[in-house]
Ligand binder design. Structure first.
Ligand SMILES: [Zn+2]
Length: 129
């Protein structure tokens, strides 16, 4: 399985900002941590759209994903207002009973491990029922 993890924002695009924190920095740290865990714990091949604080256009992110022919592309963001916890938005038409479910669960587990908590995962996926 080959996946691409996209750290949202970067460079001159900070994303959401609050209390001195910038979304672009948080997404990059999270992407690097998740990539390391997916590789070391699960043997999943992980590509990153960025590994440093650079701006990448939406078009270039899509191009990277399509060129690398990844099985899954996950874009990480930290929302600024309204709601808390982990939300997963799944591209329409994806069969959530396929091995996408397994990948989503692995990702969800990793996020829980670093103290995110879920608000919507159970609404979408029930992999172990
Ligand atoms: Zn964002």
């Amino acid at each position: 399985m080959r996946v691409m993890i996209d750290a949202g924002h970067g460079g001159y695009d900070p994303g959401a900002t609050s209390n001195g924190l910038k979304e672009k920095d948080l997404t990059l740290k999270l992407a690097l941590d998740v990539a390391e865990d997916l590789e070391s714990l699960y043997g999943i091949e992980v590509l990153l759209t960025r590994t440093e604080d650079v701006f990448i256009s939406l078009e270039d992110r899509v191009l990277k994903a399509n060129t690398a022919e990844v099985d899954y592309f996950v874009s990480l963001h930290h929302n600024a207002g309204g709601g808390t916890g982990f939300e997963s938005y799944i591209y329409p038409g994806v069969d959530v009973k396929s091995n996408f479910t397994l990948f989503a669960y692995l990702l969800f587990t990793l996020l829980l491990k670093i103290h995110f908590f879920d608000v919507s995962f159970d609404n979408y996926l029930h992999p172990y029922e």
